[in-house]
Design a protein. Sequence first.
Length: 311
Amino acid sequence: MTSTNTPNAFPLDLPEGDPELLLDELQTRLREGRRLFAEVGQILAEIESRGVRELYGYNSIAVFYEHVARVPRAEAQKVTGRALALNSRRSRDGTSTPPVAPLTGAAAATGVLADGSIDRIVKVMRRLPEHVPADARLDAEKVLVDLAGVARPRDVTIAGTDLLARLDPDGGDTKDPGSKTPRSEFWLRQKRTGRWDLRGNLDPETGARLNALLVPLAHPAPNGEPDDRTPAERRGDAFAEIVDLAVDGPEIPLPRRSSEQAAEQPPHAEPVEKPERVRDLAHIRPPRWWARLSRPRPGARPSSVSEPKAA
């Protein structure tokens, strides 16, 4: 027996040949869906106020919504974060937490705002500094809400960037000019293959000095001979050469010793004076060290200049 419950080609009984009517029906249902979803957000905010753990045993409203709506964790976090940003909540002590974007929440309840535009407005409102007056915040939010009702989320982003530039020209930079300068950092890790991974974050002077050492050694092989190494490989060979020269140099520092080992130092030993740190790199190492920089690199013909023998 053939079933008669087959779905129609189009679920709505609309006359053909009327594109304006189709567009109107689409926009109507979009607004209705967004309005209902805004009500979902209001319910989630109320559950958060009453305590999601006490009501349903979940540790967070996002985990609760993830299980109830059967959505991925990332989507649940977006939905609940949007709900808490648009709706006021009550704390256990009776105090009320105002919404981040109250005008946006009121407009979302009518179904005129898309989720992407709501998220962008909330992001702008969160970035506004506290010194911006309340009336200026409301005016800025109203501009974005009015725009979001007729424009795309990318247009809201552009307008929000412009508002932040006018209301917060310093970009929220509250860093104290006299704060401590970050120290240089360096990480070195050996992999299972035996090779080493390294990365670092150097201060401007140290980075410039290292770059001044790398650049001359990382040039392609001289004398016009082909050099099939990539730029990264050339820099790697240059860094390895600098390490070799530093290890062979006469001024390589001794390993740091513990206080017990330092106490065993002979009393007649004189401390070694450290040379003054200057910006001229030619004075960091003796001339012989710099002469070794001219030794042939891989793929280059032997240079006619030889290193002077040690006396």
